[in-house]
Design a protein around this ligand. Structure first.
Ligand code: HEC
Length: 141
């Protein structure tokens, strides 16, 4: 096989590979958005702003910024006790949503972390599992 042919084959494969990878990441983000809108938006709103003093925001939340690793845990097990988010105190318990699988929780997590104005990075599946298996301080205590 001549070099030009080999180079173009490798290039072709690389483009195919990255195109697939991109559409896969895109798909997970979209699933996260659909699941967020179904399971969370009734309280936290579609744009993540929350609802006055009842439901805290998940967009631009200082609590979330400082407790990123608790997000998967909160979805599965809920959270209760007084909570200060962006200077406002919230104290209505949130129930967990046990029917969400770890993969679904991972997709919602990664959607929220970069949705709207959030720039909170990404979370690997291992980190999501660590959160689900943890018992973070300050939650349900
Ligand atoms: C029935 C209303 C309701 C639903 C549905 C709900 N939450 Fe909550 N959520 C709350 C309330 C109320 C609190 C505050 C709990 C407290 O004061 O201890 C909260 C707190 C939080 C917090 C921590 C505070 C903050 O805003 O940074 C996060 C993160 C969160 N919820 C994410 C979610 C996600 C993700 C979903 C969907 C999988 C969801 N919630 C579904 C009502 C809800």
């Amino acid at each position: 096989m001549n070099t030009a042919l080999r180079t173009s084959l490798i290039l072709c494969f690389a483009i195919y590979f990255f195109a697939n990878l991109m559409s896969c990441t895109d798909g997970r983000f979209k699933q996260g958005k659909v699941l967020y809108e179904y399971h969370c938006a009734s309280c936290h709103m579609e744009d993540g702003t929350g609802l006055a003093e009842l439901y805290p925001p998940v967009n631009g939340s200082d609590y979330l910024m400082n407790n990123r690793e608790k997000l998967p845990y909160i979805m599965r097990y809920g959270i209760e006790g007084p909570l200060t988010v962006n200077g406002l105190e919230f104290d209505i318990p949130m129930s967990g949503i046990p029917e969400l699988s770890a993969v679904e929780i991972s997709n919602i997590t990664n959607y929220i972390l970069s949705a709207w104005t959030n720039k909170l990075g990404t979370m690997s599946f291992e980190e999501v599992m660590e959160s689900l298996n943890s018992n973070p301080a300050g939650i349900n205590n």
